[in-house]
Structures are given as structure tokens and as C-alpha cells.
Design a protein around this ligand. Structure first.
Ligand code: IVH
Length: 667
């Protein structure tokens, strides 16, 4: 019979093996369900036999929600950067420098991909991961060990037995494209700021205060550099092969190269092939293979003389600027757009590019007819990055940012300190009016289906709808008589409009389109003040007192409701049956999910304010108290929870809940 200890150890070994097969080799040998069952079994055993606790057990990869600020750690060897080149010629020059630096001795280079993530230093002792540190300033970095442990492709316990007792390995932590796309989609839906590229997303995630967040984000890691006194081989290439055998993810793209010719072939091959990789790369790295030769070549103040990075050019195309047009958005902001000769860029035809604002146009010194470079960086919308002034034969008219609204002729205004110009004619400028109606009917606002921007445009130009409240007066027979409409679609529209009368008040508030009042702010206002009448009466100070409502938002709300037209608009909506207060049911959504629980709130939060959490605890039958004691059931912990509280909680064995866990509990 296997003893509990033996069983725990066996399960750990087997789960490590399956993790390795899945995350490093991409070749799982069991299905997810079996894996989960084994993990559960191990978790159960570890709970029953806490004396066998091991910080590197596969169960420890799930992360926890203990808030911590990272401690700073000095690097044993400074983390240097590489000097960059952008052309084959510069790489050849590097090759020659190495040759003469080595007094004509033969040498090999190792070609690798340059992974575009965030660099990490991992320390292993006795085959176990003991510390993971970010690059920081190169000399000191943040200790992110707990977060790194959640990355499944990083071994917590090495395989085999020929690893040095103590060594450091460096590499890049990456967020795969697929994970990045999904993450941004989620953030977009929640109106959270998007990550510009996978590198920022990986770096941001790694610095998360909550390792459970890291665990959920699906990071990956490639390792590319070993350091230590007792490395197994005296070449970089062989050491990487060893590292692979110990369970590290080492890229299959690593190659030994023997001439500038081979370097060129390598560059040409990977310049194309890298587009098929699941992770972002921004170039290649060439390193001298022999460690002895590396030592001979040494370092400059900033980077090794034995290595160089070759960076890919961002994809760009050269095309002609035909004209600049100006778009007016819902809030009146005027955005300049470049109209271009169609050109192929990263597989799509580009005809337009954003010019952002007046300052950018002036900085580029744009003239109509100029040949311009368009680039698609990590961003989705292409932008103009430079003008090819050498191609200017006849100089066209200088592009000057307009001073009057292209839609309604009103003189534009620019807010001190801001780059954007806007049209102040909110009541009479057609795209602003139409934009507000479109916002009103959008999915997250009143969710009126069957109406698109074209139909809104049609209603508006015929004078049927001057603001969103007119939608409630539309008659089916009038709509049915319009172009591209029938009785059926007319009736559907009228029904959908009517249906929107049941949309809850907080979404109505969002639908009004008050500047700076997004979904979340609208919800806060509605929960705090309950009705439109109380919001109308509220002063700036009243609003700020709600918590999480800043001066800018508060002033904007007050300004909106001090406008007679807006008040009349709200009154009309109320008459047509639109919800203007929060319902009793919503207010009294009481449950006993937390009945008997005493909960302490600590730290700062992202989803709700402290007061809201307090209200939620009470709403669900719990008791909110101020200090941690033997009676405390949970601590609801946000970021930066005080260390004293944390220590006390640990001692008393009080369970710590993250915001997400708490919200799930009361779901
Ligand atoms: S070697 C002393 N190899 O690029 C040389 N770096 O500017 C240590 N990087 O901070 C670095 N892929 O984050 C090396 N295959 C690779 C790399 C790589 C990406 C990053 C790394 C480093 C930066 C150098």
C-alpha cells in the first residue's frame, strides 16, 4: 500500500510530467478531465496532510489573492540589453568586429528569435525554482516569484539530474496572440482600457498584485540564456540543449551559424516564418557560441560585445496623400483622416489613415500630394509616420487644420491643454445629434434593435426624429412608407422602441450620453441616488460624496441637468414610459448568501467602492466590521491591504477573498 506521503509525491511527479507535456512540448498524453481529477486528488491530500506542504507543488500554480507589493532584489549578474541593428550591413559589421576581436580565430554564432515580451531572471537551487525577478533597472528588479510560479511552462522542479546545483536562467515572458486577443475583447466589453500589444499585456500581468489573475491570463515563457559557475557545457548552444532537457521551453528556432551568408539566410527565413508563430517577435539575436570567446570579447558599459539584435522594420508602405477629411464624433471632437491612394499593407488594402490631431499634422509638415509612409504598428488603425520629402516634385497645398465645423460651420474650439478641437454646437450639429441617438439605442444603453445608423440618418433628415425621445412617437404607417422599409420592419421598430421602456434606470442614465458618464458611473449614480429627480437636484459636492465620482464627472452631470433642453428631453422620455428610477426589487435584492458571516473590508478596489461593498455585504445578510478578530469570517481584500491586517489574518487563519471571489459568492 502506498503511504499518503508516497501518493502525494507520485501525484506531484505525474502532474509535473503532464504539465510539461502540455505546456512545453505541446503534446498532452491525457485529457483535461483526468488532469483535473488528479489535481483535485492531490489538493485533497495536501489539505489533509499539511505536513507535506511544498511551495513548488503543482497545486501552487493556481495563484492566490494575497496582496503584496514586490520586494526589490539585486541581480547577481546585471541584466544588460543588446545593441540594436536594422540592416544586414550592420550585422556584417558586427561579424567583422567579432572576428578581429578574436584575433582572427574561428568562431560560431547562434541565431535566435528575439521574443517581444518582458524579460525575467529565474534562479534555481537544487533543481527547484527559488526566485524570479524582473529586469527592473538592470541592477535591481522586482521579486515576482509567486506570479511566475503560475506560468505552467516554467518548471518548478527540474527534470533529470545533470543540472548545476545553483544557476540562473533568463528568458522572456510572453502573452500569446490568441490570449491577447481574447483578453482585449473582454476588456472592451467591460469598457476597460485595452492593452496596446502583447508585450504591455505580459508586463502588466506579471506585475499584478494578485497571482490568481496571473494564473488566469495564460502567459508563456521562452528561455534563452544561462548563467552560473558550473554550467554543463562550454558553448551557449549546448547549454540551451541541456536547459531544454531539464524541462525549460527553449525555442526550436535556435541554430548554429558559420558565416554571414548563413546569417542572411536565417534572417530571410524567419522574417517570413515568424508570422506563423503563436507569440510576438520583434527581431533576431545573434550570439557568439563559445563561452570562452564570449569572455574574451567582454562587455561595453551597456551591452555584450558578443551579441547583437537585428530588429524587424515595422511594416510600412509608401503612398500618396490625396486629401484630408474631418470627422465629427458624438461629443463634437473633430478627427482628421488622411485619404490615400489604396496600398497593400500587411495583407489588407489601406485607403485611409488617422492623423489624430492638429499637432501631428503640423509635426509632419503635410502637403496634399505628398508621398507618405503608412505603418500598422501593434495598433489596428494605420497611421502616417513620415513624409518622403525627396519625392516632392511640385509642392501641394499645406494641410491646415480646419477652424470651422465641416458639418455645421460653427467655429471650432480647443480646450486649453488638450490636443483635440471640437465643435461646440452640440444642439445643432447633425453628426453630434445623430451620434447621440445612435448611442441612445446602442446595445449597452436602450438596446433598441432593428435601427441602424442609416435608418437614424433617414429619420433625422426627414425631420421625423430630432432627438432620441422622438423615437417613442414614431407611427408604424409613417415608417412603412419610407424607402427600404416595409410594414413588418416598421412594426418591429415600433415594438423594439416600446420594449425599451423596461430597460432599467441605470442604463437609461447611461443612454442619455452625458459626457464622462459611462456604464459604470451610471450604475454608481443610480445605486446611490435611486432616481433621476435626485440626480437632477444633486450638487457637485453631493455627487463627489458618493465616492469614486471625480470633480470632472460631477461637473459634467451638473452642467447637463442645468440645461433646459436636456431637462425637457428627460421629461419627454419619462412621459413616454422610460424608467426614471431604480425599481424596488433591484433595491431590495436581498439574499442570505452571507448570513452569519462577519466580513472586514481592506485595501482599495476596482469594481465597486468600499461603500458599495459595505452595502452589498448587508444586502446579502452579512455583517461588516472594522477590525480583524477571532470572529472574522472573511477579509474582502483589494489592492494594498495593510501588512498588519494581513499578518493578523494569517495568524488567525481567516480566509481572504478577492473582489472577484466575493462577487462570485453573492452572484
Ligand atoms: S539575450 C546579455 N536573447 O531583448 C544578453 N535577449 O535588448 C541577454 N530578448 O532584455 C539577452 N529575445 O528581454 C536575448 N533570444 C534572446 C532574446 C532576448 C528577446 C530581449 C531581452 C533583453 C532584450 C535585449
Amino acid at each position: 500500500m502506498e503511504s499518503p506521503q508516497e501518493k502525494i509525491e507520485r501525484l506531484r511527479r505525474e502532474l509535473d510530467e503532464h504539465n510539461y507535456n502540455y505546456y512545453v512540448l505541446n503534446a498532452p498524453t491525457i485529457d483535461d478531465r483526468t488532469f483535473d481529477e488528479m489535481m483535485h486528488e492531490l489538493q485533497g491530500l495536501e489539505e489533509t496532510f499539511p505536513q507535506y506542504f511544498d511551495p513548488n507543488s503543482p497545486t501552487q500554480r493556481v495563484g492566490n489573492d494575497i496582496n503584496r507589493s514586490f520586494s526589490q532584489v539585486e541581480h547577481r549578474y546585471p541584466m544588460l540589453s543588446l545593441s540594436n541593428t536594422y540592416s544586414i550591413e550592420e550585422v556584417s559589421a558586427f561579424y567583422e568586429r567579432v572576428r578581429s576581436g578574436l584575433m582572427g580565430e574561428d568562431f560560431e554564432l547562434v541565431g535566435e528569435l528575439k521574443y517581444d515580451g518582458t524579460s525575467i531572471s529565474l534562479i534555481y537551487e537544487g533543481g527547484r525554482l527559488v526566485r524570479a525577478v524582473t529586469r527592473g533597472d538592470g541592477t535591481r528588479g522586482d521579486d515576482v516569484t509567486e506570479n511566475v510560479k503560475t506560468i505552467r511552462s516554467i518548471p518548478l522542479q527540474l527534470r533529470g539530474n545533470d543540472y548545476p546545483d545553483s544557476f540562473e536562467i533568463r528568458g522572456e515572458i510572453l502573452m500569446p496572440w490568441a490570449v491577447f486577443d481574447t483578453l482585449n475583447k473582454e476588456r472592451e466589453e467591460q469598457e476597460e482600457p485595452l492593452f496596446a500589444n502583447p508585450r504591455n499585456a505580459a508586463a502588466g500581468t506579471l506585475k499584478s498584485q494578485n497571482s490568481a489573475v496571473v494564473a488566469a491570463r495564460g502567459l508563456d515563457a521562452y528561455l534563452y540564456y544561462l548563467l552560473g559557475e558550473n554550467l554543463p557545457a562550454d558553448t551557449h548552444y549546448e547549454n540551451l540543449q541541456y536547459a531544454r532537457s531539464w524541462g525549460f521551453k527553449v525555442s526550436d528556432a535556435v541554430r548554429k551559424l558559420h558565416s554571414v551568408e548563413e546569417v542572411k539566410e536565417y534572417i530571410n527565413y524567419w522574417d517570413m516564418e515568424r508570422k506563423n508563430l503563436p507569440v510576438a517577435t520583434d527581431g533576431m539575436v545573434f550570439k557568439v557560441n563559445s563561452l570562452r570567446q564570449q569572455k574574451n570579447l567582454g562587455y561595453t558599459a551597456k551591452s555584450p560585445r558578443w551579441a547583437i539584435a537585428y530588429k524587424f522594420q515595422a511594416e510600412k508602405a509608401l503612398t500618396r496623400l490625396n486629401s484630408v477629411s474631418y470627422q465629427v464624433g458624438r461629443t463634437g471632437t473633430v478627427t482628421p483622416v488622411a485619404n490615400l491612394d489604396p496600398v497593400l499593407l500587411s495583407g489588407t488594402i489601406v485607403k485611409r489613415a488617422t492623423l489624430h490631431n492638429e499637432d501631428i499634422i503640423n509635426a509632419l509638415d503635410l502637403h496634399i500630394g505628398d508621398m507618405v509612409f503608412v505603418e500598422k504598428g501593434g495598433e489596428i488603425i494605420p497611421k502616417i509616420t513620415a513624409v518622403d520629402t525627396s519625392a516632392r516634385l511640385l509642392i501641394g497645398e499645406k494641410v491646415r487644420f480646419i477652424r470651422t465645423c465641416p458639418e455645421c460651420g460653427t467655429p471650432l474650439k480647443r480646450i486649453e491643454g488638450e490636443a483635440a478641437w471640437f465643435c461646440p454646437n452640440e444642439k445643432g450639429c447633425p453628426p453630434q445629434i445623430k451620434g447621440r441617438i445612435e448611442h441612445f439605442i446602442s446595445r449597452k444603453a436602450m438596446n433598441i434593435e432593428g435601427l441602424g445608423s442609416e435608418t437614424i440618418g433617414q429619420f433625422y433628415s426627414l425631420g421625423l426624429v430630432r432627438d432620441a425621445s422622438d423615437l417613442y412617437t414614431l407611427q408604424p404607417d409613417v415608417i412603412a412608407g419610407l424607402e427600404r422599409m416595409g410594414e413588418r420592419s416598421a412594426q418591429n421598430i415600433v415594438d423594439a422602441v416600446k420594449q425599451s421602456c423596461s430597460v432599467p434606470f441605470e442604463r437609461v442614465l447611461f443612454a442619455l450620453g452625458i459626457r464622462y458618464v459611462g456604464e459604470t458611473v451610471a450604475k454608481k449614480l443610480a445605486l446611490a441616488l435611486h432616481s433621476i429627480d435626485r440626480i437632477i437636484e444633486a450638487t457637485t459636492e453631493d455627487l463627489i460624496r458618493i465616492g469614486d465620482i471625480g470633480v470632472r464627472i460631477a461637473q459634467s452631470v451638473v452642467a447637463y441637468f442645468s440645461d433646459e433642453d436636456n431637462l425637457r428631453f428627460v421629461e419627454r422620455l419619462r412621459q413616454y414610459g422610460v424608467q426614471m428610477q431604480i425599481t424596488e426589487e433591484r433595491l431590495s435584492e436581498r439574499t442570505d448568501k452571507l448570513s452569519g458571516a462577519t466580513i472586514v473590508i481592506s485595501g482599495t478596489f476596482t469594481h465597486h467602492s468600499r461603500d458599495e461593498y459595505k452595502a452589498l455585504i448587508e444586502q446579502h445578510g452579512g455583517i461588516n466590521t472594522g477590525s480583524v478578530s477571532g470572529k472574522t469570517t472573511y477579509i474582502l481584500a483589494g489592492e494594498n491591504m495593510g501588512p498588519a491586517k494581513l499578518e493578523k489574518a494569517r495568524k488567525l487563519g481567516v480566509r481572504i477573498l478577492s473582489e472577484e471571489e466575493f462577487l462570485e459568492m453573492i452572484q
